[in-house]
Design a binder for this molecule. Structure first.
Ligand code: S5P
Length: 277
């Protein structure tokens, strides 16, 4: 089972270049931490990224919330990604017909497929959402991969039961491009039939809803600790937003750095407790 293997071993075996790059980076930096940089001003966005860069394997963005976005933002983001060795995940949550998501991924002002190693999609439209994204991403010369949202972290989420199982089945049909899931637990083998070759299935699980102090927010978000998420539930990457960046206003760089270090160590310790068991 992949969750008992090291990130390093999994990096050597994975067939998708973006998944390989992420696993390699996690091993090299001893970090399974993704920071979610949910701020509205470009200056705060880059201040946070430059502060947390040494401690993360991945930076997760919502570029559509930047009030002063301009094309140079993504050029600078790519430069920082190369300089500090982290991947970029645009949390765009595509959820439309294939033709539309292909356009949303490649075009508009953000041209996401030009710079984001990883994006995510809701499985709700069925396999067409994958076909659409793959028509862009699989043609790219760069490392590209997609995560399906198999579960959400919020109270009352509809992503349960057969919805989650069917999401895993959809991903299994496109393993060259669907590198894993946004989820709260491991998904390997779920919904598999006897004819599925699941022995070498290695889906990365990226888990949002992670916090060491708060249990939730006033809008239905629910937090679990890195130990619960990584050691107990077998997730690979912890996604942390406000636990590290605070409210996103009046950023205190020293505090952001302290929290990033704290979550990096907690996430890595939780991983070591899992693989050495
Ligand atoms: O189920 C989900 C899926 C995602 S991608 N729950 C989430 O919270 N997210 C994202 O993770 C969300 O859009 C936000 O950017 C981040 C969590 O932020 P935090 O401040 O609550 O840690």
């Amino acid at each position: 089972a992949p969750h008992l293997q090291s990130y390093k071993d999994r990096a050597e075996k994975h067939t998708n270049p973006a998944a390989r790059a992420l696993l390699r980076c996690m091993d090299a930096k001893k970090s399974n931490l993704a920071v979610s940089v949910d701020v509205t001003r470009t200056k705060d966005f880059f201040d946070i990224i430059e502060t947390v860069a040494p401690y993360v394997c991945l930076i997760k963005t919502h570029v559509d919330i930047l009030e002063d976005w301009e094309p140079s933002v993504t050029a600078k983001l790519q430069e920082l990604s190369r300089m500090h060795d982290f991947l970029i995940f645009e949390d765009r949550k595509f959820a439309d017909i294939g033709n539309t998501v292909a356009l949303q991924y490649s075009s508009g002002i953000h041209k996401i497929s030009d710079w984001a190693h990883i994006v995510n999609a809701h499985p709700v439209p069925g396999p067409s959402v994958i076909t659409g994204l793959a028509s862009v991403g699989m043609k790219s010369k760069e490392e590209r991969g997609v995560l399906l949202l198999a579960e959400m972290s919020t109270k009352g989420a509809l992503t349960t039961g057969s919805y989650t199982t069917d999401a895993v089945r959809m991903a299994r049909q496109h393993r060259e491009f669907i590198i894993g899931f946004i989820a709260q637990r491991r998904m390997e083998g779920i919904g598999a039939s006897a004819t599925d070759n699941i022995a070498d299935e290695d889906f990365l699980i990226l888990a949002p809803g992670v916090g060491l102090d708060a249990k939730g927010d006033a809008m239905g978000q629910q937090y679990r600790t890195p130990a619960e998420v990584v050691t107990e539930c077998g997730c690979d990457v912890i996604i942390v937003g406000r636990g590290i960046i605070g409210t996103g206003r009046n950023i205190d760089a020293e505090e952001v750095k302290r929290q990033a270090q704290r979550y990096q160590s907690a996430g890595w310790e939780a991983y070591e407790n899992r693989v050495t068991k």
